[in-house]
Design a protein around this ligand. Sequence first.
Ligand code: PLP
Length: 456
Amino acid sequence: MDIHVRLEGRGDRAERIFRQIREAVLDGRLRPGQRLPPTRDLARQLAVSRNTVGVAYEQLAAEGLIEGRVGAGSFVTDSHPPAAARRAPAGTLPPRAVWRRVAVRETPATPRAPFDFGVGAPDYTRFPLTTWRRLLARELRESARPFASYAHPAGHPALRAAIARHIGVSRAVRASAEDVIVTAGAQHAFDLIGRVLLDPAAVVAMEDPGYGRIRLLYETCGARVAPVPVDDEGLVVDALPARARLVFVTPSHQFPLGVTMSLRRRTALLAWAERRGAVVLEDDYDSEFRFGGRALDPLQSFDRSGRVIYVGSFSKVLVPGLRLGFLVAPASLQPALQAARQLSDWHGDIAPQGALAEFIDSGALARHIRTVTREYEARYADVVREAAARGVKIGALAECYHGRARRDGLVIGFGGIPSALIDPGLDRLQQAMTAAARAGGASRTRSGDRRAGARE
Ligand SMILES: Cc1ncc(COP(=O)(O)O)c(C=O)c1O
């Protein structure tokens, strides 16, 4: 590796080489065990004599910072104190005011909670790693050419086609490959949509309670985000602000309440959008998972006038780290959305897109969905049963519905239990959940499912 050394100005050259390399070792740019360039090479690079570099190296060795190994060269030793972190200057540059309210959410540096009941995260241990590794390795061999140059901003053609087929069958979404744009997760799709549709101070209506990252995203785009209440039928269409340009909804499985938007509300929302000239953003982030009952068709499948943009994600059904999602938009918005994607990051990493196309086309995705749905279903049912076996009574929300359940949940009361029994009761509930999780795993094994997606 070349070392950046400045030699302009006056003074002893060997001394300046020595000081700059010493600084690089002490602040960690050169790490223990790293090999320094041979004196001949560095001398040529700096246009000095080999002797000058040799003197600098001798001084570094005398201070114990490097050591010579016969026949191999000079290496940084590990006998000096650990390097202090080298940081960019803190500075005082302020971001736009809106960014002071936006913080980075979970990162790998955030310790994982030991009892993670957080919503929205899949069980990462179910990810079909072996299949994925095989498909990705194949892409890196076979797609050497597409991989080596820029691709279409709408994404890998095979993946656009596979997604169109998959959501056509599993969700009755009306789309061909040309209608699909592959994105880096649903959040990226929301970002592209905002940039293409929202003028400064445009009004975005969203469900309240709703997905907080959407509110922040559109506020940072300069939009005014208006909360709209949600009841047992989903978003209250009558409460929509008249000027809304974009309406963000999660009709299949309202986030976070879990309500399914009724057919009546779906029709009312589309009629409202048509009257007002508004766009409906349908976030179908986890619709693959159906626990009992049949899913209602998405809004997009009712849309006759091209008002709905449908967004899907592979974060819940596979894992969020893949950063793969998609949008299906009417033809009138395609050129702008594709251009926005190109201006943003051109098209994302093309090899995982090819791997996902094959994962879908080979039927592995459908198998994976069936397996994990069965497993999550078993965990949910088992919690109530396991709790009862430990003397803890809780209810399943599904039992409270006439017909199909619109929300998933457990019903826990506190009026009928003495205060002193609440803590021990919760401890037992926790044991019941652990046992249920195990039983979910066991029932999977018992079912003898040996297909690729299930095994990994
Ligand atoms: C309701 C909802 N929509 C969209 C997303 C974003 O998913 P992605 O990881 O694809 O950006 C999430 C993520 O948790 C979510 O909860």
